[in-house]
Design a protein around this ligand. Structure first.
Ligand SMILES: NC(=O)c1ccc[n+]([C@@H]2O[C@H](COP(=O)([O-])OP(=O)(O)OC[C@H]3O[C@@H](n4cnc5c(N)ncnc54)[C@H](O)[C@@H]3O)[C@@H](O)[C@H]2O)c1
Length: 252
């Protein structure tokens, strides 16, 4: 097994930070030509700089996944895309009582409509070439409920639904669609959630303990799974929701 991406063209959304940055860097290490996209240009450029410093091939493209124009522009810029990673996502702490309509709309716009917008822009090219891999970042919160994460779970369950529907619709088009469901992974995303708690240190300990392994995951541990799903070694894998959650979903 080589796990080589062999000059394939990959695009990662939200690749300026955390899991997306780790996936872009891992793909470049496996010889992919990576388009790093993010709505935050500086963060995305930093990822490109790290990839190039390590000898990889990368470019930056500003892409806000909530903008259909940005998504169509990206598909025009990259008419031949082999691997799409829909990673950009946002979170929110709240129950039905403490989540506003605006919170719900904001999470939906990025986490669900964003996956829809980017996939819709790139899918026709993949269908016409009868080849392509799409990997969506869902979450443990797309498979089981999480207390105080009403809007987040609602949107991540939708990402799992999009993944499975697209996998069935496009299996015979030569396209594989999978999602990854991480438990808690130590990234700026989790740091931002911690700040929403009155005692962030206690919240950190509690979040780490949710995983059976007693710790949070690392972005590189998620990137390794993305690499597998992107490679030809995973040619028989489609429609899956790949749990990488330190045992969280195995039970109490
Ligand atoms: N960190 C975790 O514990 C965890 C667990 C499960 C799932 N996830 C999912 O993994 C993905 C990445 O999470 P992370 O922890 O690396 O987050 P992060 O906050 O560290 O990085 C997210 C990146 O997405 C970008 N982004 C946000 N909105 C965007 C938009 N509209 N268009 C383009 N880019 C946008 C941000 O600028 C940022 O660079 C998300 O979908 C998240 O829901 C994370």
């Amino acid at each position: 097994m080589s796990f080589d991406l062999d000059a394939k063209v990959a695009l990662v959304t939200g690749a300026g930070s955390g899991i997306g940055a780790a996936i872009a860097e891992r793909f470049a290490l496996a010889q992919a030509r990576v388009t790093v996209t993010d709505r935050d240009e500086r963060a995305g450029q930093d990822t490109v700089t790290r990839i190039r410093a390590a000898g990889g091939t990368a470019e930056f493209l500003r892409l806000d996944v909530t903008s259909e124009a940005d998504c169509l522009g990206a598909a025009e810029h990259l008419p031949h895309l082999d691997i799409l990673v829909n990673n950009a996502g946002v979170g929110h702490v709240g129950t039905m009582l403490t989540t506003s309509g605006a919170d719900m709309d904001r999470l939906y716009a990025v986490n669900v409509r964003g996956v829809f917008n980017v996939s819709k822009a790139f899918l026709p090219g993949m269908v016409s070439r009868r080849a392509g891999v799409i990997i969506n970042l869902a979450s443990i919160g797309g498979v089981v409920g999480i207390r105080d994460r009403l809007a987040y779970c609602a949107t991540k369950f939708a990402v799992v639904g999009i993944t499975k529907s697209m996998a069935l619709d496009h299996a015979r088009d030569g396209i594989r669609v999978n999602c990854i469901c991480p438990g808690r992974v130590e990234t700026p995303f989790v740091q931002a959630r911690l700040k929403e708690y009155p005692d962030p240190a206690a919240a950190y300990r509690e979040m780490a303990a949710t995983q059976a392994l007693g710790r949070m995951g690392k972005p590189e541990e998620i990137a390794a799974a993305a690499l597998y799903l992107a490679c030809d070694e995973a040619a028989f894998v489609t429609g899956t929701a790949f749990m990488i959650d330190g045992g969280w979903s195995a039970g109490k």
